[in-house]
Design a protein around this ligand. Structure first.
Ligand SMILES: CC(C)(COP(=O)(O)OP(=O)(O)OC[C@H]1O[C@@H](n2cnc3c(N)ncnc32)[C@H](O)[C@@H]1OP(=O)(O)O)[C@@H](O)C(=O)NCCC(=O)NCCS
Length: 375
């Protein structure tokens, strides 16, 4: 058997091969199936990126049209789910509701007994199509609002905004949102993707892998960071307060959310793209307070710790400026990342080997067993 060195948090360990996305910290670059994220955000859209990730190549026009149509046809969710959402406690956590939604969908998937590659691709597209309704419907119901039915004249991202907020976004907002979805769509062996791969490596199904991924994404060291970053900016309050706030937080060993990355140590390309969008949207909406506050937080973090923002920092104030509720930021990450999760699970299953690492045992051994009456 091969032996490997122990690395806490599996840092630096190669845990598998992939052809889906390439995170290259030496060049601060990210590629999906060989295409640079910088080119994709300029020329593509979320639908095309989802196709690229799931199917492995850029679609022709007819493949793209068919894919968009399927996404639209699959947008809605069964009434039984909507009825179940009505039983949830008021103000339930949207990530927890998403887990329930995905579990319920699993019971009704027409391909539930088929784990072939073709059926998995169909399930992947179905899941990607239905995430917006799962999130928007459960959110609105748990906040005492009526659901908003999908509008099939709208694209995937803008339709999600419409179902969530009840009004159609203008084309500029829809485009910025779409760019954020493209940036969030995949990212190598991140914690949630890895969790999904581990799950299906037991030959479990795509829904179970998706549930594992949602659970992993929820944590503030991963997808939960975009919500925590905005809460932090609100606590900072104003640009004037930002420098002192960060210095104080660092002095008490607080983690500044939306900063740092396991892989990128000299810059996250997604943060660069979205920080530019953050400046632009702030100017367009004539509301620059959060961007200015964020810029000082960034400057102070760079100077004090040489730690740079990750993707979750600019998305936090971009989503805030769009009027999105903070507790929906991590579910938005999931709306995008389901494309990557599904692609990875299919890749894992197409060439599976059970993921089962070793543990370095550090506890006692060969203790004498003492019966309970003598302890
Ligand atoms: C993402 C993250 C978990 C990566 O962590 P990692 O590779 O394990 O790096 P470490 O946590 O070991 O950090 C190395 C050092 O940088 C510091 N550091 C890392 N991120 C930091 C942050 N956001 N704020 C303050 N200090 C930070 C650590 O405290 C540690 O300092 P030390 O050596 O003095 O103990 C970490 O940067 C983090 O917690 N960031 C905040 C959460 C976040 O934004 N997550 C989204 C990631 S896309």
């Amino acid at each position: 058997m091969k032996t490997a060195e122990y690395s806490p948090g599996l840092e630096g360990i190669i845990a598998g091969t992939t052809t889906i996305s390439h995170v290259n910290p030496d060049r601060n670059s990210l590629m999906y199936r060989g295409y640079d994220i910088k080119d994709l955000v300029q020329h593509s859209d979320f639908e095309e990126v989802a196709f690229l990730l799931i199917k492995g190549h850029l679609p022709t026009q007819s493949e793209y049209d068919a894919f968009c149509n399927t996404l639209k046809q699959e947008r809605n969710i069964p009434q039984t789910l909507i009825d179940t959402f009505k039983t949830f406690p008021t103000n339930s956590n949207p990530m927890d509701m998403l887990k329930v939604g995905v579990s319920l969908l699993a019971l009704q998937d027409p391909d539930k007994d088929d784990d072939s590659h073709e059926a998995n691709v169909r399930k992947a597209i179905r899941l990607a199509a239905k995430f917006p309704a799962l999130i928007a419907y459960s959110y609105r119901i748990s906040r005492g609002q009526d659901i908003v039915q999908p509008d099939n004249s709208l694209k995937h991202g803008e339709n999600f905004l419409y179902m969530l907020l009840g009004k159609k976004p203008d084309s500029y907002i829809a485009n910025v949102f779409d760019i954020s979805l493209m940036c969030y769509a995949d990212h190598g062996f991140n914690a949630s993707t890895f969790a999904s791969r581990v799950t299906v490596s037991t030959l479990s199904d795509l829904y179970s892998g998706t549930l594992a991924a949602i659970g992993a994404l929820k944590g503030p060291l991963h997808g939960g960071a975009n919500e925590e970053a905005m809460k932090m900016l609100l606590e900072v309050g104003t640009p004037d307060n930002a420098e002192a706030w960060v210095i104080d937080a660092l002095a008490t060993k607080k983690k500044i959310m939306g900063f740092g990355h396991r892989e990128y140590k000299t810059g996250d390309p997604r943060a660069a793209i979205l920080t530019e969008m953050g400046a632009e949207i702030s100017n367009k909406l004539n509301d620059t307070k959060w961007y200015q506050t964020a810029a000082i937080v960034e400057e102070t973090m760079r100077r004090e710790k040489n730690i740079l923002p990750n993707v979750d920092f600019p998305t936090s104030y971009i989503y805030y400026l769009m009027g999105l509720p903070i507790e929906i930021y991590t579910p938005i990450f999931a709306v995008a990342r389901i494309a990557g999760w599904a692609a990875h699970m299919i890749e894992q299953l197409d060439n599976n080997r059970l993921i089962r690492p070793k543990a370095l045992y550090e506890g006692p051994q060969h203790l004498d067993y003492i019966t309970r009456d003598r302890r």
